[in-house]
Write a protein that binds this ligand. Sequence first.
Ligand code: ADQ
Length: 489
Amino acid sequence: SERPDDRVPKQHLLVVANRLPVSAVRRGKDSWALEISVGGLVSALLGINEFEARWIGWAGVNVPDEVGQRSLTKALAEKRCIPVFLDEETVHQYYNGYCNNILWPLFHYLGLPQEDRLATTRSFQSQFAAYKKANQMFADVVNEHYKEGDVVWCHDYHLMFLPKCLKEYNNKMKVGWFLHTPFPSSEIHRTLPSRSELLKSVLAADLVGFHTYDYARHFVSACTRILGLEGTPDGVEDQGKLTRVAAFPIGIDSDRFIQALELPQVKDHIKELRDRFSGRMVMLGVDRLDMIKGIPQKILAFEKFLEENPIWRDKVVLVQIAVPTRTDVPEYQKLSCQVHEIVGRINGRFGSLTTVPIHHLDRSLDFHALCALYAVTDVALVTSLRDGMNLVSYEFVACQASKKGVLILSEFAGAAQSLGAGAILVNPWNVTEVAASIGYALTMPADEREKRHRHNFMHVTTHTSQEWAETFVSELKDTIVEAQLRTRQ
Ligand code: ADQ
């Protein structure tokens, strides 16, 4: 039977992000394999089905020939995806350069790259030019597929120039922009040479969203201090135009995790893992291999814990899954070497012929394996130095209904605002404190674990990705209504 809300026409939504939710791999001249890509944004948006959504983004592959472009466009259309084709030089300058080497570290408080700042302003300028050019290419594709009434939702630091480009095409287009990373203090943002231009183009959007109230406040301060505009409780005002700025904390599709634990293959996997780790407590880290995740700091804290607590040496194992990303950026290669070196040293120091204290895997796990691993974990360690939200902490909580394990969570992850009461919050830079928290977590009495888990589980299952997207889109639509009311009056 038809539910009442099935009759309501679905809102048409254009989701624009740097990457499509699938990566394309070329198999032949006009044949393609499409794989779901790993990452927070994809995980959050995959579960959303109350919209007629189409995705616009880069397919992650260089397709210089027209035959290839046509066949890939066709293959992607079946997944409701529309590709933006970026040439290699643009990808290098825009994506590896301006996005990953400048904005990403800056927004996570790691500062601007020193050599760029000191040696060549030319490289900075050419990367910013490529950034704008790439954003314009995204705008061209959006404009081509936009139909009146569509809502356009732009994502992340890759596309800060997009709202302005879109409004220049069509001032009536409803445009929202959401940032998945932290927005740093205005004192950090003001070091960026293109600070004003970026803020102004974001302000062209109707609605600007962040994970936490703090990030939203930092953005409003940057607009008032750097641009001299007026901040109001609702957002930022520029010559009578209000850009609404607010916090929309993301969540996960918690049911997907909870239901997965009931599948026979996941149950088998859980049993296998239990057998393999029997007699030992399991600690888990799941991260993209990125300097913001504080992986070396986490492993050093674990080492300190083993050093100070010899009785635990053969009773606990740390499983660290670190999927490599951005492998062509030198800093990421350095990080990978550094992590391997520390893990090797610790395993050499505390391992035996039959066991090692750290299992370190450099790859992504499939969804079912990941769920099983979350379920057998006693203590999850999230030690991000900065993190917009951190969905791994949410996923762990969702899979812990029976075990009620402990979450050790960095106070610099956005998730600390929502899961802070249930987690043990730590300063990841303080290795001594993290080591002590590991000891506390491993020996926590069952009633305290239960109480903490209950708090977090309630949050994770009620603040879902669906709710996040619905709230953002409905607020974005409301800005339409407000604007119409104002013109009618
Ligand atoms: P990320 O930095 O990618 O996201 P996070 O929020 O933790 O970080 O999401 C990672 C996602 O990738 C999770 O769904 C996780 O399960 C998956 N993943 C990570 N490593 C994996 C592995 N080895 N194998 C399989 N899956 C793996 C960015 C921001 C975050 C913000 C999200 C969403 O940096 O702060 O929470 O976007 O806005």
